[in-house]
Design a protein around this ligand. Structure first.
Ligand SMILES: [Zn+2]
Ligand SMILES: [Zn+2]
Length: 509
């Protein structure tokens, strides 16, 4: 869900004149109302925590269904939290209050203080931090029930747990939002400098450098360690050589067995890492771990990370051009923005961008995930398309050139194991048509929008065993989709650039 949070936080940090508190109340009353509004969902979270901890103590053998119920309630409360933040800013005058109290004098004028935008989404941070502290007890109880007193059963202290989540938030949310707020602060305090082309080229360059070097930042930020020398590392390195894949290092993410996951970060081999959580390394059988690694290599092999960056860059440019065109047409039509509402025109692009990313990027990313899955199968496939099993003497072709039934089954099993390890509940195919089922399905879709659901991914992979043509058709269609998107976006930018004039478009970026 981080993408939703990023958009909400970005929208909250926009230079919008937020509505004044209701009933003519002052800043103090608005702050009080906001505090009360924030306390309600925290109280609800505390009630959920107390219920789950008691239920687990009374009926520990029902931990799976209790855990699923807890997961669902927590997801509902996540949206309640977002709603509370929106209500505080728009309905209770919290945004207005920060804008009218956090002022400094600059150039003989009262200006919004540097980085004061970050105070607008303050209720969000209070809610998120509060929830970590509250849900800690549940996560610890669930952890102890799954690991018992066994080794690796140690859980974080409350502070350690808080810090673990804070690090991820810093990376996922505060980092992009921080860049955005810095840019706005500079615009406010050095308006002339921020109008120059040098400044624009510089900020684009700075963002590109940051994106390139991001993986280096992740290592200390998330507390990642090098995968220690030993049989696991040797095995993965040998596989990497066979797939002709290069990266700077293989890393372990210590999560006290909390998460089973793997990921690849970095655009170029020198600053590229493949990261495994401690749990996936401990619990995955060797051949399945190979398939998981193959999946991550697939993202690099098919250039997904580069394509995502290109796609988002082109999309944002096209969206800016569309917004510019709309504004120009409004001006021509004689429509003017009422006094005090000029900041509001920056809000629609963010909402538009959020919707666009949700739909188009979600679709693209699900296809790419599937393509990486297929490469995961290839990584553990032999050269015999009708093989019946693998053994020590099995020869695996270079660069993942083969695709065999055993390889496909191994990768499908790996996906299912990740699914079970993370305690995901079955989200589809339950066949029930109840309101609760529909709500659950909606949440499942929201959560799976980027990666699709695991049962669906597994079904697709297994279908390739009997229908070999399906893989080729899928790959062909994805090539067409990617080229189509890229060419379509470039064509749209060229057309819009001519319409709104390039000079204006450059200024709007
Ligand atoms: Zn992936
Ligand atoms: Zn095989």
């Amino acid at each position: 869900m981080p993408i939703l949070s990023i958009f909400l936080l970005t929208a909250a940090c926009l230079p919008v004149e937020w509505p004044a508190p209701p009933f003519g109340l002052g800043p103090g009353a608005s702050a009080g109302l906001t505090a009360a509004a924030v306390l309600l969902p925290l109280a609800a979270a505390f009630a959920v925590r107390t219920w789950v901890v008691r239920a687990l103590r009374r009926t520990p053998d029902r931990k799976v269904s209790i855990g699923q119920g807890y997961g669902r309630l927590r997801r509902v409360l996540f949206f309640v939290n977002l709603g509370t933040v929106v209500l505080s800013i728009l309905g209770l005058g919290w945004g207005w209050t920060t804008q009218h109290t956090l002022k400094v004098t600059w150039d003989l004028e009262l200006q919004l203080a540097p980085f004061a935008e970050l105070a607008v989404p303050l209720p969000y941070f209070v809610l998120v931090f509060g929830c970590w502290l509250i849900y800690y007890d549940v996560d610890r109880a669930l952890h102890h029930l799954s690991f018992g007193g066994a080794a690796g059963g140690r859980f974080w202290s409350r502070a350690g747990y808080f810090f673990h989540h804070l690090r991820q938030l810093a990376l996922l949310v505060a980092f992009p939002v921080g860049l955005f707020v810095t840019q706005q602060t500079l615009t406010r305090f050095a308006p002339e400098a921020s109008e120059t082309d040098w400044y624009r080229a510089g900020s684009v360059g700075a963002v590109l450098v940051l994106i390139l070097l991001m993986p280096l930042l992740m290592k200390p930020l998330l507390g990642l360690r090098s995968l220690p020398a030993g049989p696991t590392r040797d095995r993965i390195e040998a596989l990497a050589r066979r797939l002709h894949f290069r990266c700077a290092d293989l890393l372990v993410w210590p999560t006290h067995g909390h998460t089973a996951n793997a990921m690849i970060v970095g655009l170029i081999p020198r600053v590229r890492y493949v990261i495994f959580t401690d749990r996936i390394l401990e619990e995955m059988p060797d051949d399945e771990l190979d398939a998981v690694f193959g999946h991550e290599v697939g993202h690099a092999r098919h250039g997904h990370i580069w394509f995502y960056a290109l796609f988002l860059g082109l999309s944002m440019t096209a969206l800016a051009a569309v917004m510019l065109l709309v504004v120009q047409e409004l001006v021509v039509a004689g429509v003017t923005v009422p006094e005090g509402y000029s900041g509001w025109v920056t809000l629609p692009p963010v909402v538009l961008a959020a919707g666009y990313v949700f739909l188009v990027f979600g679709f693209l990313s699900r296809r790419c995930e599937r393509q990486a899955d297929v490469f995961g199968c290839r990584a553990v496939s032999c050269g015999d398309p009708a093989c019946t099993g693998h053994h020590a003497a099995t020869k695996y072709p270079d660069r993942g050139a083969g695709l065999c039934p055993t390889g496909i089954r191994t990768c499908a099993r790996a996906l299912e194991r990740v699914f079970l390890m993370n305690g995901y509940d079955e989200l589809e195919d339950s066949g029930r048509r109840t309101i609760g089922g529909a709500v659950r399905a909606a949440f499942g879709w929201l959560r799976a929008w980027q990666h699709s659901t695991i049962p669906r991914r597994v079904r697709f992979l297994l279908s390739l065993i009997d229908d070999r043509g399906r893989e080729r058709r899928f790959q062909r269609r994805l090539v067409v989709l990617r080229w189509g998107l890229a060419i379509g976006l470039i064509a749209a930018i060229v057309l819009l650039g001519e319409l709104v004039t390039w000079q204006e478009l450059r200024k709007a970026m």
